[in-house]
Write a protein that binds this ligand. Structure first.
Ligand SMILES: Cc1cc2nc3c(=O)[nH]c(=O)nc-3n(C[C@H](O)[C@H](O)[C@H](O)COP(=O)(O)OP(=O)(O)OC[C@H]3O[C@@H](n4cnc5c(N)ncnc54)[C@H](O)[C@@H]3O)c2cc1C
Length: 87
């Protein structure tokens, strides 16, 4: 759902797939208004247990015309963002 007063949209994490011991893919829903070109990145935010939001840059690996957004992520041991995702 998009929130007009905010510079971000809230999307749903649809799938997380471990690919190797230190790489996984994630698929999220896509706001119809979100456009990008191949090679561009987005900033993804996750809400931590204490309510604060951690933002990190991630490159889209899905095509600009796809219905969903796909990303590949490394696992950073103890990483603030990747630890929240695995939680
Ligand atoms: C333009 C841009 C595009 C990016 N695209 C992707 C992407 O498509 N996929 C992806 O997985 N990441 C991508 N990143 C990196 C991503 O934004 C995060 O920094 C990364 O996933 C780690 O976040 P974290 O919060 O888990 O770790 P942090 O809490 O930020 O880091 C924890 C510790 O790990 C170290 N560290 C962090 N990242 C790395 C790394 N890559 N290699 C070695 N040590 C590291 C930090 O220096 C720190 O010491 C991109 C970054 C930029 C700037």
């Amino acid at each position: 759902m998009s929130a007009s007063a905010e510079k971000f949209t809230r999307q749903t994490l649809l799938a997380v797939e471990p690919l190797t011991a230190n790489l996984f893919s994630l698929r999220v829903s896509r706001d119809p208004g979100f456009r990008f070109r191949a090679g561009q990145f987005a900033r993804l935010g996750v809400t931590k247990a204490d309510g604060s939001v951690v933002w990190r840059a991630y490159s889209m690996v899905s095509a600009p015309h796809d219905e969903y957004l796909d990303f590949f992520s490394i696992v950073v041991p103890g990483g603030e963002f990747t630890s929240e995702l695995s939680r």
